[in-house]
Design a protein around this ligand. Structure first.
Ligand SMILES: Nc1ncnc2c1ncn2[C@@H]1O[C@H](COP(=O)(O)OP(=O)(O)OP(=O)(O)O)[C@@H](O)[C@H]1O
Ligand SMILES: [Mg+2]
Length: 459
């Protein structure tokens, strides 16, 4: 261990061989001299031993050694430090040195001892380590920033994907809306087409029949008059017949009267005339109903119309569908006029009643059509004693094209169209059904349409 000692006068009193080797000087250069600081620092500044000898350690050590020194943990009043000495060796040396006071037997300070240790190699290794660590840190930092960049790209990618997904969802929603709209339009088209063709047919037939019925009806009036006159004339002839009893003409007349059963003819002809007239009146009524049903006189806009009358004319038109299968019972309440599209409401009634008739099996059944009012709402009900609707069918009956009927019998559109019409009227439809006992459909309609949809708009 390189060691040197100074006395109280700062003169080097001991300087060992190891110290000479460490500092690259001869012991003679140091021994007996005070300027040992020059060897270390190039100028004669105080060494730690000098400070200890002068008792200035506490004040000066901070200025001279800054943070590189510390108090010895074992020896009282001793210090140790690390420092780089540019003057020493080839290009400088790192030294670790300790300094401690020396006392005589009376406990008086007589000098100080310093040890010096070359730690250049350790320092170089440390520095290399530091450098390597720094490089590693730099690499880590660079990798971290590269990762951050990749992360950022990824995040942007995710964001882009999310945006694309969002866009897709939006598109999907739009498509869905469009699809719903399309279905509505299709429903509307089919419905108007169906209505239009029925209406046209009805209107055509009504028109064609109306004229001949007109003149048959008026001819009948004239014919009744003529017949009355003819019967008068016949009475006169009959009276004359008694005067002619003796002659052959009288006999011939009597024979003919008996052969033709004139008495019977005179009774039967007016009956036939009355019955025919009733028939024609009925035909006229049917024509009128057809016209009402198709509403050829009016366009299909919103208007105030009698629900009961609409139902009546519809029932007359479809009477054929019903009369062989069921008895029809009408229970109508007195109702105020309803704001509606009459031909469409008729269409609903027709669908419900025809469905009711179809639901009735081979045994004769009963169809009851009721109407009523509750506050600002009117209702119509079509109840049958038919098959009822099984629970697995019930949820689907309003679906377009859903039918349980054989091909050609049902298109499955009746209820879906009716549903659309009722919705357009801001109403609702309720179903009550018992399998094996029958079904009733009840339609609720507001007497007046909300301001926005009436009377001008026809959706
Ligand atoms: N009153 C009813 N009783 C029993 N089942 C009914 C009744 N009304 C409707 N359904 C059932 O609902 C289905 C759908 O009725 P919807 O009126 O929509 O179509 P459809 O009568 O089959 O055919 P379309 O009316 O187009 O000729 C019917 O096929 C039937 O199964
Ligand atoms: Mg139907």
């Amino acid at each position: 261990m390189a060691t040197f000692v100074i006395d109280k006068a700062h003169v080097v009193t001991h300087f060992n061989q190891a110290c000479a080797l460490t500092l690259d000087i001869t012991a003679a250069r140091a021994l007996g001299h005070k300027d040992i600081g020059k060897v270390f620092y190039g100028d004669d500044r105080p060494m730690m031993v000098d400070l200890i000898v002068d008792g200035l350690m506490e004040q000066a050590v901070n200025d001279l050694y800054q943070s590189s020194y510390r108090s010895s943990l074992k020896v009282p009043h001793a210090y140790e430090a690390e420092h780089f000495f540019l003057n020493l060796g080839n290009g400088g040396r790192w030294l670790f040195f300790t300094a401690a006071p020396i006392y005589n037997k009376h406990g008086e300070l007589v000098g100080a001892i310093e040890t010096v240790q070359d730690i250049t190699e350790r320092k170089v290794a440390e520095e290399a380590l530091m450098k390597a660590q720094l490089e590693v840190e730099q690499i880590v930092e660079q990798r971290t920033s590269e990762l951050a960049a990749v992360n950022q790209t990824l995040r942007e990618d995710v964001n882009r994907r999310e945006a694309a997904e969002h866009e897709l969802l939006k598109r999907n929603d739009e498509l869905q809306t469009l699809y719903t709209r399309l279905s509505e339009v299709k429903e509307h088209l089919i419905q108007s087409e169906k209505l239009a063709s029925i209406g046209q047919l009805a209107a055509g037939i009504a028109h064609e029949i109306n004229n001949p019925i007109g003149y048959i009806f008026s001819n009948f009036g004239t014919l009744e008059n003529y017949l009355a006159q003819l019967f008068n004339m016949l009475d006169a002839y009959e009276k004359a017949e008694t005067d002619l009893q003796s002659c052959t003409t009288g006999q011939t007349l009597k024979g003919k009267r008996e052969a033709f059963d004139l008495e019977f003819l005179k009774e039967d002809i007016p009956v036939l005339m009355r019955e025919s007239k009733e028939g024609i009146v009925r035909v006229r009524k049917i024509v009128q109903d057809l016209k009402d049903f198709s509403h050829v006189d009016t366009n299909s806009d919103w208007q105030f119309a009698s629900l009961n009358q609409g139902i009546d004319s519809t029932l007359n038109v479809i009477n054929n569908e019903i009369k062989y299968k069921a008895d029809l019972v009408k229970e109508f309440a007195d109702l105020p006029e309803l704001q509606c599209m009459p031909s469409q409401i008729n269409q609903v009634v027709m669908n419900l009643v025809v469905n009711a008739a179809h639901a009735i099996g081979p045994e004769r059944g009963k169809i009851t059509v009721r109407t009523g009012q509750e506050g600002e709402q009117v209702w119509l009900e079509v109840a049958d004693t038919g098959s009822g609707i099984p629970p697995d069918v019930l949820p689907r009956i309003f679906d377009p094209f859903y039918t349980t009927k054989p091909i050609g019998k049902g298109t499955g559109l009746g209820l879906s169209l009716s549903y659309g019409i009722i919705q357009k009227h801001h109403g609702k439809i309720e179903v009550n059904t018992n399998v094996g006992q029958g079904t009733s459909f009840k339609v609720w309609l507001p007497l007046k349409q909300p301001a926005a949809s009436s009377p001008m708009s026809n959706p």
